[in-house]
Design a protein around this ligand. Structure first.
Ligand code: NAD
Length: 398
């Protein structure tokens, strides 16, 4: 698959440039006024972020997210798998062959020609750091899938590079963007549950080893098992609801009592945990219990919960049945009675993670899920694995 066709009229500095995409000339941001357009005309012009999606598994969701939003357009995709490129890039996204890349380095080399402003990195975990760093070097903003990286050392390098280059780096902590999580966050921030002192966040699967035998179960490619894959979501959600307190100490345990045995029988590779757990203390004085598993002797096939206890109330974010619909509940005390209220539906606007990323870049503001949040989560994940290996509590150094 070939490079771009060089139709962009000028560089990729979002918010300041004039670009041509899909045959339309788009005027972008403050640079428009400087380029000689009247202030009114510049303000009226719609700004649009040109994005490329790298990795078309979960990246398919990114594709749809950007395509459904009027402020963004997908101008290229990349996947080393030609079948996925054909099905999802050519057929589904309707891109021409020269916009479908098998090598992300060639895509990044064509960034200017494509009028690219940003990339989504939806690759196996081992590629998050190298591809994000290369994209930032190419002058691009990045939405990186969770976990931010394989370890905190990589995450720190990503954050430093983005900060130095003044590029937006957002981590796709997608569970924050459920209606239920947003509604709960708002109530917690309004003080509805008072001071949070305890939480429990868990995601258990009865038998749900992703891509069994593939990269998810290989430590060198994934960084770990369900703790880094599922636990990362539940950890982030709890921390976000708590107001992102600073983690101080971690005591963790990991087990592989089912995964390896299954792998041996089926001649697959599996060298990560199948269950992990941790107790995390924060500088706020609060404690959080975290649990995650891909396999276990439990009743529900898929079981997710994030629950916080506060001085005036509590919140619960939990999946309904065994699926991916959620309920949100707020427990409060009023009139000498305890109340249990459930969210029926949000009545305000909601945006997806992809819209949030695009808005943050175009409006030049921090996204909701920052690289700093990603690094704090990664420091805890590292500490869980270290604590599990040493049998000791680990102190976190930021
Ligand atoms: N936020 C969420 O809710 C969510 C959900 C699922 C997965 N994820 C994350 O998304 C990432 C990808 O997971 P997935 O489930 O899509 O995995 P996947 O294996 O299904 O997809 C990864 C894709 O990357 C491609 N790829 C691999 N190496 C490549 C390379 N060098 N160059 C170009 N393409 C390459 C593969 O061909 C594949 O199509 C992971 O980090 C995972 O944790 C996040």
């Amino acid at each position: 698959m070939a490079a771009g066709d060089g139709r962009a009229m000028c560089g990729n500095e979002t918010g300041t440039v004039l670009t041509e995409g899909d045959g339309a000339v788009l005027l972008c941001g403050p640079g428009a006024a400087r380029a000689g357009f009247s202030k009114g005309a510049a303000m009226a012009a719609e700004r649009r972020l040109n994005v490329a999606v790298i990795g078309l598994g979960m990246g398919r969701g990114h594709l749809r997210g950007y395509r459904d939003y009027e402020r963004s357009a997908v101008v290229a995709v990349c996947d080393k798998d030609p079948d996925r490129l054909r099905d999802r890039g050519l057929a589904e996204a309707g891109l021409s062959e020269d916009r479908c890349y098998t090598d992300y380095r060639r895509l990044l080399a064509d960034a200017k020609a494509l009028g690219l402003g940003a990339v989504s990195v939806a690759l196996p975990n081992c590629l998050h750091a190298p591809v994000t760093l290369a994209a930032i070097k190419a002058g691009l903003h990045v939405l990186c899938e969770k976990p931010m990286a394989m370890n905190a050392r990589q995450a720190r390098a990503m954050l430093a590079a983005a900060t130095k280059a003044r590029r937006t780096l957002m981590i796709n902590f997608s569970y924050r963007f459920t209606d239920q999580a947003r509604a709960l966050k708002r109530r917690v921030d309004e003080g509805a549950i008072g001071e949070v002192y305890f939480g429990r966040s868990a995601w258990h699967r009865r038998r749900g080893l992703p891509g069994f035998g593939g990269w998810f179960g290989q430590k060198a490619l994934s960084g770990g098992g369900p703790i880094i894959d599922l636990g990362v979501h539940r950890l982030d959600l709890a921390m976000w609801l708590m107001g992102n307190p600073r983690p101080v100490t971690v005591s963790g345990g990991t087990y592989d009592r089912i995964g390896s045995a299954l792998a041996k029988r089926r001649r697959k590779t599996f060298d990560v945990e199948d269950l992990g757990c941790a107790m995390i203390r924060f500088d706020s004085g609060a404690t959080l219990l975290l649990e995650a598993s891909w396999a276990g002797h439990t009743d529900k096939a898929e079981d997710m919960i994030t629950q916080l206890w506060g001085t005036r109330g509590g919140v619960i974010h939990r999946n309904v049945g065994e699926g991916y619909d959620f309920e949100a509940r707020l427990i409060t005390e009023a009139g000498e009675a305890l109340w249990d209220s459930r969210l029926l539906q949000p009545t305000g606007p909601a945006s997806s993670a992809y819209q949030e990323f695009v808005d943050a870049v175009l409006d030049r503001r921090e996204p909701i899920a920052t690289g700093r949040h990603g690094l704090d989560v990664q420091l805890i994940l590292d500490a869980i694995y270290k604590s599990a290996a040493t049998g000791r509590e680990v102190r976190i150094r930021r």
